[in-house]
Ligand binder design. Structure first.
Ligand code: PYC
Length: 322
């Protein structure tokens, strides 16, 4: 597999530019299912150690089946395929520009959950107009032994999120382990109580918020992803879900900027517009940088030919404060 690596606000994206699986000519949704069910070894080779790491989001470039699109992408991570990925779209756009395949300006990219527009403002800066985002449930309260009462909103921003305005743990890098453990407990409790997104869809991303560190920012977040890794960026789909909640509460007007800091202090600048039929359409702006390119090799006899089985942290993890 030939790959180009980039990072968006610290969060890695590995774009598979050649020698990926042959997924045939079905719809993008069918091809994503095929990739998930029949070609998982490609995902493992690209993401699992020793060639990858749990933090990497993979992006398989595909032919779009929407005529209006310039490209299509299937995202995947350390446990399976993803729906949409905001930081990943920025990584894909910067990668296509690096390869000389797109000029500055707008590129329309098909994802399995809808079409997004990436506006390449410079060779590194991208504004992504995401799919429509909305809040599904407000102030859902759950009890977790070690954490007490946790209150959050359920919102869609291209993935399903549970957004906790008052994080029970400080949003600081030295608490990443505790934040991850707490998020795993929250996700598990949502599952046990059958609290889902629309159509019973699993809420697989947990987003905890706290005060920003910089005066011009509005909030700092910690985003826990399916597979147990945390997002080093402020998370494009998570920031979209946040905008949907702010808009629903009347706390952010269309066109007004929201600066979202990540757990590592990187940032996205976000706004939204209202489409009369579709509702809230977020635009998330951030920067991505190329940090590698190459070929993944699987030698005969390599015991880790298809990558090492990942150790996914237990959803039942208990909180240990050190
Ligand atoms: O930026 O949307 C995002 C994202 C999802 C998972 C990791 N990053």
């Amino acid at each position: 597999m030939q790959i180009v690596d980039s990072h968006t606000a610290g969060e890695p994206t590995r774009v598979v530019i050649a020698d990926g699986p042959d997924l045939g000519t079905g719809s993008l949704i069918e091809r994503r299912l095929l990739f998930r069910d029949r070609f998982d070894h490609y995902r493992r080779v690209a993401i699992h150690e020793p060639r990858g790491s749990e933090a990497i989001v993979g992006a398989l470039l595909c032919e779009p089946d929407e005529p209006a699109c310039d490209a299509a992408v299937i995202f995947f991570n350390n446990c399976s395929v993803l729906n949409m990925c905001g930081h990943g779209i920025m990584g894909v756009a910067v990668t296509l520009a690096y390869l000389g395949q797109i000029p500055l300006g707008i590129v329309r990219i098909q994802t399995p959950v809808g079409i997004v527009e990436a506006n390449l403002l410079t060779k590194n800066e991208v504004a992504v107009e995401n799919i429509p985002s909305y809040r599904y449930r407000k102030q859902v309260s759950i009890q977790i032994g070690e954490l007490g009462t946790i209150v959050g909103d359920v919102a869609w921003g291209g993935n399903w999120f549970f957004l906790v305005e008052q994080s029970p743990i400080p949003i600081k890098p030295e608490y990443i382990r505790q934040l991850s453990d707490a998020s795993a407990l929250i996700r598990n409790e949502l599952k046990e109580q059958q609290i889902t997104g629309a159509d019973g869809e699993e809420i697989d991303h947990i987003e905890l918020f706290g005060p920003p560190e910089n005066d011009d920012a509005h909030s700092r977040n910690f985003v826990y992803c399916p597979g147990g890794a945390y997002d080093r960026s402020p998370c494009g789909t998570g920031t979209s879900a946040k905008l949907a909640c702010l808009a629903a509460d009347g706390k952010l007007k269309p066109g007004e900027e929201w600066i979202q800091e990540s757990i590592i202090g990187s940032r996205f600048v976000a706004t939204y517009r209202i489409d009369p039929e579709l509702g809230i359409i977020p635009t998330i702006r951030g920067s991505a940088y190329i940090c590698g390119e190459g070929r993944l090799i699987q030698q005969n006899g390599d015991p880790f030919h298809n990558g090492i089985d990942m150790i996914v942290p237990s959803e039942k993890a208990s909180l240990t404060r050190e």
